[in-house]
Design a protein around this ligand. Structure first.
Ligand code: AMP
Length: 225
């Protein structure tokens, strides 16, 4: 059982690393941002309500997000655990999660605040497969097109500068206190999130080795296809 949280400011690279970490741990990747964006695109009542906050870069109210998480955690695919990405984001959410499904390890993505705005406004996403690029730090091979499937890359509306600044401020006020919450519970593993994605992935590997050494070995010894 591995319940792991990716904690870090918007733009710190959580989404870029999440799929590989989830695969390695053998658990589902649960991104509340992605779930909320899908609900908004589908036009469900929850999605329409959430959209009002997301577009402005503000947090969706705790009750809404917690309802969604509880529903998702009742799915049977989480028996081996979960990788939480973008959740919890407030102390109230973290306290609620302690009651529903206490987490084992929190990977804290550490990066100087000044780098984040550039990372956010340069971010581009593939609407088809979810791959994440950055016009400055991780450009696709062909400008504006996904390397995997050639789809036209899009920019999230909340990555426009105004909303991005609000999200950073919201992180500082609402989410950063979680660092102390988990540090006090001895579950915090700091990750240096600066540099190329491959470098950050190697640092994460090391941190996860302590959590699940056997799965780490199996992962490394798997020959490339
Ligand atoms: P993300 O993709 O994680 O950057 O999330 C995008 C947006 O979804 C955030 O700016 C919030 O508006 C909303 N959101 C995602 N996760 C949460 C959460 N745990 N609590 C409140 N709002 C959230």
């Amino acid at each position: 059982m591995a319940r792991v949280v990716l904690l870090g400011p918007p733009g710190s690279g959580k989404g870029t690393q999440a799929e590989a970490i989830a695969r390695r741990l053998g658990v589902p990747h649960l991104s509340t941002g992605a779930i909320l964006r899908a609900a908004a695109a589908a036009g469900t009542p929850l999605g329409r309500e959430a959209e009002r906050y997301m577009g402005a870069g503000r947090l969706v109210p705790d009750e809404l997000v917690l309802g969604l998480i509880e529903e998702r955690l009742s799915d049977p695919d989480g028996r081996a655990g979960y990788l939480f990405d973008g959740f919890p984001r407030t102390v109230a959410q973290a306290e609620a999660l302690e009651h529903i499904a206490p987490v084992d390890r929190v990977l804290s993505f550490e990066i100087p605040f000044e780098e984040l705005l550039q990372r956010l406004t340069g971010r581009r996403t593939c609407p088809a497969c979810g791959s994440v690029y950055n016009t400055v730090t991780l450009p696709p091979k062909r400008a504006g097109r996904c390397d995997r499937d050639g789809a036209e890359l899009t920019k999230r509306s909340d990555d426009e500068e105004g909303a991005a600044r609000t999200r950073l401020e919201v992180y500082r006020k609402e989410t950063a206190p979680l660092l102390e919450f988990y540090r006090a519970r001895k579950r915090l593993a700091p990750i240096d999130a600066t540099g190329a994605p491959g470098l950050v992935a190697a640092r994460i590997d090391e941190a996860l080795e302590a959590l699940a050494p056997s799965s780490a070995k199996a992962y490394r010894s798997t020959p490339a296809p």
